[in-house]
Design a protein around this ligand. Structure first.
Ligand code: ZN
Length: 270
């Protein structure tokens, strides 16, 4: 990816069949971010996080211009390439392609979160079946194993209000996410994660989805659940406090997923 040719960096290819590229220069940093963004989409697909052409990952572009990358409406996560990702802004103007469309609900709250929270650079929203199942239960998710402790007390809860394309829902999503959490259980809907980096948001989503899958299987046994005491959950969380605070949190795991995406999807960096 570091050896992207100038022609690749100049040519923004069609995001969807109806879209037309806008040819322009971009920095190596933007190209590298695009490759990582496409890898996150491909690996999310690989892990069954998204449904059909729905769900989005957004990534803030450096430079302080309020611009960010978003996967375009009408394309699957398994079709994502570095050059297919759309540069947009908080107003929904597109700067990389013409004729491309952005999904209204996804754009609404992804842009709202990135605009309100300059400390965040990546937002992931998905509908994995195991998580949607738990989102439709009264009890929701409980942490009952070791890896789950990474996300103990790390998620807020947001009630379903309809397709999340109304601007007035954004403040409630921000309120329910909170300023110090990285995850949101969207009842009767799906999951959302945020992070300072793609690596951090991806790591938290990975743990969220895995915890949902595990807990659903525990419930399916029909046996009484062996719950973890609050003191143990809090102690385990304290053991990883420094790791979680690091700006490189999740990077080791992300580098593995990036290598996997580059291995499985040779067209990723095109
Ligand atoms: Zn959704």
């Amino acid at each position: 990816m570091a050896n992207a040719s100038l022609s690749k960096r100049q040519a923004i290819l069609d995001a969807v069949p109806s879209a037309k590229p806008v040819i322009r220069e971009m920095t190596q940093a933007e190209w590298d971010l695009r490759v990582n963004h496409a890898a996150a989409l491909r690996m999310g697909y690989h892990l069954n996080w998204n449904r059909s052409i729905n769900n989005h990952i957004t990534v803030r572009l450096p430079g302080g211009e309020g611009r960010f990358l978003m996967n375009p409406r009408g394309s699957g996560w398994d079709e994502a390439t570095a050059s297919s990702l759309v540069t947009t802004d908080y107003d929904g103007a597109t700067h990389s392609h013409s004729g491309v469309r952005l999904a209204p609900a996804g754009f609404n709250f992804h842009s709202g979160i990135l605009k309100a929270r300059p400390d965040l650079n990546c937002v992931i929203h998905v509908h994995p079946i195991e998580a949607v199942v738990l989102s439709a239960t009264m009890g929701g998710l409980k942490i009952v194993d070791q890896p789950g402790c990474y996300i103990y007390d790390e998620w807020g809860e947001h009630d379903f209000e309809g397709f999340a394309q109304e601007a007035d829902e954004v403040p409630r999503i921000l309120r329910d996410l909170g300023d110090d959490k990285h995850l949101l259980m969207m009842w009767n809907h799906g999951l959302l994660s945020v992070g300072r980096s793609i690596a951090e948001a991806f790591f938290y989503m990975l743990k969220f989805v895995e915890a949902c899958r595990l807990y659903e299987r525990v419930l399916a046994t029909g046996d009484e659940v062996r719950t973890l005491p609050k003191e143990v959950l809090e102690f385990t969380r304290s053991q990883i406090a420094a790791k979680r605070a690091s700006p490189d949190f999740g990077l080791e795991e992300w580098n593995y997923f990036l290598r996997t995406a580059e291995r499985l999807y040779p067209d990723l960096a095109t």
